[in-house]
Structures are given as C-alpha cells and as structure tokens.
Ligand binder design. Structure first.
Ligand code: ZN
Ligand code: ZN
Length: 332
C-alpha cells in the first residue's frame, strides 16, 4: 500500500475562505500534502481552475462541496456534478446522501459536534440519519490540534459507536482550512492508501476512502496489518468469519519519515509514547514505542470481535493525547 497525505476539508474565496485555489494548493504543497479536496460551501465554482492548479502544483485536487445547511454541514467529495442540498429537511438527509452517491461522490459528517447557532449556524449535526450504512465517513478530527478538542472527542466516540453497531464507516480529519494564516498548532493529515502499483488519481483516492483505507495522524503515519495464513489484511479489510477464531498476528508500522520537514511533536521520544490495539471489546494489546523501532509485532486472540484498530498515544505540548489512529479492520 502507498499512502498519500490528504487534506479533505478546504475553502477558497468562492465561499468564505480568503485564499484562491492556487494559493491553497501552494500552501498545501509546502506542508507536504499530496492531495486536497476543495469543499467550498454550497458551490463548486472554485473548481473552474482545477486542471490548471493541478498541472502547476503537482497536487491532486479532489472535487467536492460542503453542504452547508441549518441542520448540519456535510462534506461531499469525489462528485462529478452538483448535488443539490436545498431539497433536504431534517428528516430526509438519507435522500441527500443518495443524491451525492448518484453524483459519484462520498458523503461525510463535517465537524458534527461543533457548537451550532448562534456561534456557527448549522455547524452542529441535527439531521436524523435513518440508514447509517449509507454514510461514508465521519470527520472525527476537525480544525488544528484536533485530538484535544472536546467536540472532536464526541465525534470520535460517535464513530466508535457506529463501528460497534457494525457499520463500516470511515473516519477522517479535516482542517476546515480557510486561509494561509500560519499556525503553530499541530495539523492533522488523512492518509489514503492506494495499491502499490497504482498511479494515484482523484478516483483512486476517493476509492481508498470508500474502502476505509485511511490512517489519520498529527505526526507519524500509523499502519496496521493482520497476517492470516500467509495473507495480509490491511486497514479497511475484512477478516473472514471462518478465520476469526485463530490467533491473529498483527504488524504495526510507524513511519516517522512522512512529510519530514512539515511537522514535529516536541515532547516525543518520551517513554510514555505507546501503541494500543483496540477492538469493540477491549484494549487487545499495548506496547511502548522506542526511538529506533518502526515495526511492532503483536498477537491477539481472535473470537467474536467486530473490529480492530491501532492507536498511537503520547504527550504533545504537555497534554496526553491520541496522536494517530488507523481506520478499522473488520470481522465478517
Ligand atoms: Zn462546516
Ligand atoms: Zn468547512
């Protein structure tokens, strides 16, 4: 698997951003991103410059739009055409999600627990979703230094709850990036995984998100694989029911070389940094990391589980926090 550094939630002067797509792409490139999704509020007009910006910046620009309504914000990416938000009311977001899918795109809850009106009208998610199997992703980390924000803790808990209910929903980060104002706060990155031999395209990245091949971090890239009878099941993959009872050999990789110039977590290297493998039932395995090792192997018992994910915990700016997490590997 090859992993691509993506920023999936951005705005330009075509909505309430103060940057052009060109400026956004240049800024993203400097920060080591390889792809961005443009998700202006209720408009796709900023994409008129997409081809030119892709050519000049070398960045992949994913077509998107943020549905911006009184009942919630919904990020939609990979769309081929405009999907109209105006027909949906509080009880009919399911039809709205279906319209996004008909436009070739994916739909995700944007910052679902950010404070709503009057601070930010519609920012808090109030839509009543009837069919969670249609929801493609939840933006569980929104903004900068995302993992320490209470509203993101709630979004992360919602994602875990949906995994526990056996929905195969992905989890992403999004800066909700509006301007080129500099920040010292850690930025989160959504890594999307494409097959090793593939030439990355917008479609490939959207497909990666659809399949849950996603790893999110404010630091190193975290990967998780399960080795089963010589076969390797990666993030977003499914462990077949008939094999779920055997002991599972896990390989967890930490890659500190990604976007090497663009981030640092000053407190790291402390003995407190640790990897946890979590399931719907418990913390299945845990180990401290050290400066040299990038590969950690663990064995966990199989059995009646619903999902597994890896998490990296540590101290950042004096706060004990989640630093990175993988999306789930599912049990059939
Ligand atoms: Zn929003
Ligand atoms: Zn936004």
């Amino acid at each position: 698997m090859k992993w691509f550094a993506c920023e999936l939630h951005t705005h330009t002067v075509h909505s309430d951003g103060s940057q052009t797509l060109q400026e956004l792409a240049t800024g993203a490139r400097k920060l080591g991103f390889e792809a961005i999704a443009l998700t202006d509020h209720n408009t796709m007009s900023g994409l008129i410059d997409k081809e030119e910006v892709q050519r000049e910046s070398g960045l992949i620009v994913i077509s998107g739009m943020e549905w911006t309504t009184f009942y919630g914000h919904m990020v939609t990416i990979g769309i081929n055409s405009f999907a109209d938000w105006r027909q949906t009311d509080k009880d009919s977001i399911d039809q709205g999600i279906a319209a996004v899918h008909r436009s070739g795109g994916l739909a995700g809850l944007a910052h679902p627990f950010r404070i709503g009106s009057p601070a930010c009208t519609g920012c808090y998610w109030e839509y009543d979703i009837k069919d969670w199997s249609a929801v493609d992703y939840i933006e569980v980390w929104s903004g900068t230094f995302a993992p320490i924000q209470i509203s993101n803790h709630r979004a992360f808990a919602l994602w875990t709850e949906k995994l526990n209910e056996r929905f195969r929903v992905a989890a992403t980060s999004g800066r909700d990036w509006h301007s080129q104002t500099k920040t010292e706060e850690p930025l989160s990155v959504t890594y999307l995984g494409v097959p090793e031999d593939a030439v990355p395209t917008e479609r490939q990245l959207v497909e990666a998100l659809r399949c849950g091949r996603v790893s999110v971090t404010i630091g190193p890239l975290l990967e998780l694989e399960v080795e089963l009878d010589g076969e390797c099941i990666g993030i977003g993959g499914v462990i077949p029911h008939e094999k779920a009872n055997q002991a599972l050999n896990l390989r967890i990789k930490l890659d500190f070389s990604v976007r090497a110039e663009s981030w640092s977590l000053p407190d790291q290297g402390s003995p407190e940094q640790r990897i946890k493998v979590r399931s719907d039932q418990r913390i299945e395995a845990e180990c401290f990391t050290n400066d040299e090792a990038t590969l950690y192997e663990m064995t966990v018992l199989g059995g009646e589980k619903k999902w597994l994910r890896a998490e990296l915990w540590g101290s950042v700016h004096g706060v004990s926090t989640l630093i990175a997490f993988t999306n789930a590997i599912y049990f059939d």
